[in-house]
Design a protein around this ligand. Sequence first.
Ligand SMILES: [Zn+2]
Length: 381
Amino acid sequence: MSLEPETGKMQRGRKALQLWRGVTAAQALFLLVWYSGLLPAAWVEQVFSRGWYRIMLLFLPRLSGWSSYSLFIFLIPLALLALAGVSVWIWRRSAPYPPIRRSGAVLSIWLLVSINTVFCFVVVWGGGYQRTPLKVRLALDGVQPAPGELMRIAETALQMVRDHAEPAVGRDRNAAIAAIARRMAELTAGWDGRALVLPVYVKRTPPGVFLVNGTAGMCSPFTLEAQVDGGLPDAAFVGVASHELAHLAGNCPEDEASLVGYLAGLEADHPFARYAVALRLFQDIAGNLPRADRDRLHEALPGVAKDDIRLAREAGRRYRIAAARKVSQRAYNQYLKSQGVESGLKNYGEVTTLFVQAWRKGLAPAIAPMQPAAGGVAAAN
Ligand SMILES: [Zn+2]
């Protein structure tokens, strides 16, 4: 950048920059092919999700797992600071040139870093958005839920909550989360026909880190850490953990992550896991029922479950900042659409349909099937 004659150090710097540009150009080409739609989902399923990603999942959580703190939430501000520092350094180094050329030098570095970031996102985790959808892998019927089916599931989930409700004191959420992770690994291996090594923990972030923008947890696509906001009370924490672990198990869309979290949690070998996940499922399904039915079912919840719902709402209100939530939701909506999830944020709510279809197929044995009506047709009105 300087007008002075090049020193050996500057030559080495220039060569390193050329190498970086070359590697980044190759990454950009890879991304063009990846997002072109030319790669069939079945190929992504076999090569990425059941192959490469399984290897990522073997190693990265072991690296990021050395600390019980979330590395991701420290790395992001650090990376942004580093980028700002490098930008200032380039701006100063290129002082002899006109401002337009100096701006171009800074922007070209931002472009390289952006391509590197998207490349890492795809090869570490995000490639899973292009895999075969879960409803196809599980051969679900695609039929919309009937009101009778929703009622049946809500009532059974309510019964599970009652059966497993224990006093809030003495709950072991770590053991509950480990039981969910173990069942999830078994279920996934059964569906995919290939073993999956899943961490049996999630990381607890400082309170409010996610709640501030209206979310509750996150699966880091760079460090493969499942993280849940430390401001959540126990039951909500375990429920959210089931969703984040399912992301970690390679289910990228929101409805798929919730479904896998439910299926694993309802069968987990731990009463508090089954309680917390049944309560989350109950809220999701009951939310689709008419107001009168919803209120009646809510009234039938045991006192401890009503307290758990109230505490989770209070935690959400305590940390949430409306403006942060609005910005975050807009950005996440665009992000989901950019990854092929056409419904954007509405994808969260689509788990209801997916769950009913999985249940119909017998994939949620904890919830009994509908009784056949006269004539042999299931009473799904
Ligand atoms: Zn999610």
